[in-house]
Design a protein around this ligand. Sequence first.
Ligand SMILES: Cc1cc2nc3c(=O)[nH]c(=O)nc-3n(C[C@H](O)[C@H](O)[C@H](O)COP(=O)(O)O)c2cc1C
Ligand code: SF4
Ligand code: SF4
Length: 372
Amino acid sequence: MAEKIFDINLGYISFKNPIVVACMAGITDSRFSSRFRNAGLIILGGYNMDEKTNQAARKEIERGRNEFVSEKPMEFLRSELEAVKDLTTVIAVNVRSATFSPFIEAANLAKEYGAILEINAHCRQPEMMELGVGEALLKDPERLCGYVRDIKKTGVVVSVKIRANVVNDVELAKAIDRAGADIIHIDAMHPDGMDIGVIKRVRNATDMFIIGNNSINDFEDAKEFFSHGADMVSVARAVLKDPHIIDHLVDEVSSFQKMTGWYNAPKHICGGGDLRALAFCCLPVKPCALHGALKQAGFTAEEFMKIKIDFTRGTPLEYGDGTCFGSMAWCCKITKPCFLRDSALTYSGLSDVEYMRIKKSLSEHIMNKRKR
Ligand SMILES: Cc1cc2nc3c(=O)[nH]c(=O)nc-3n(C[C@H](O)[C@H](O)[C@H](O)COP(=O)(O)O)c2cc1C
Ligand code: SF4
Ligand code: SF4
């Protein structure tokens, strides 16, 4: 049996790693996607689930776009799920429909196959937008959230795929979270390029499971998303240019996880990291970016100190003679070289991975305490 390196779970789903193949309509069907079986998640589709969206897709094909078209969408979806049912990779199906009931039928089907249902609130092809489908849902959050609530009643794990910078992303993410979606899949697109800040904003404002997406071509790009709060990252166009990219990303993130114990650890707050990075912050004794972060988290400096001291009491982080603040509660990320902390780790018999695991628990504790 393959070694379990990651612990990424959501409802009835357990992902073997945080690398995702994002869907591309007319391309990512079961046959195309099966070659990416090393990925932690393959998103098939987007499938058109009713007559109207299939008609719109036919028009798109006439003007040269790829689309999946079917006379019998539900049977087609079942045959696609059937074709990938023996892969050891989690499957999601990205779906569009102008009418609501096909979402429920697709959700029941996805659940039957242990898959995820992804609502496409992303597509901006005019033929779809005219039907109120895809990106049009972002501008109608009540309808989108109503869909999420009703689809969740089937028990399926739900993802909502959004395009950033169309509406207020933080308000949208909060509404999607309240409606009960399990995953927000964010295409961090910005008119001037890619907007990594949207991942941080959503991370800071919600507890949602985030899949970050846009322009990931190598592990450095993926790390930008992870260190701003993404739980997983997805890749679309790059798999067309280099079909080995998924295997490379899986190898690299697995090595990184084995080495550090926290593959999506945040950057330090002063390096632009999200609020999870309060776990790495110093004692609040100097003017720096920490104070803005504390304000955002709703803590006074005293509350922050108490949270960290109380949490680390009785753990090896309590100690740290010779470190800047006398306790590793206030120490930096393991990837920041520091011989003072490393001596304290050696003295405590704590490995780098164990150190980071305690910092991760501390970070989760801090995030749970923040006031929103
Ligand atoms: C040809 C093509 C078709 C796409 N079709 C869909 C789709 O049906 N549903 C969807 O949610 N996103 C779709 N996308 C968006 C991608 O999943 C992804 O969000 C976008 O390409 C940005 O990621 P990338 O930079 O890795 O390509 C499509 C993208 C491309 C290039
Ligand atoms: S407290 Fe330390 S780690 Fe945190 S923002 Fe200030 S200088 Fe950076
Ligand atoms: S001892 Fe090193 S790791 Fe700890 S706070 Fe100081 S610089 Fe950071």
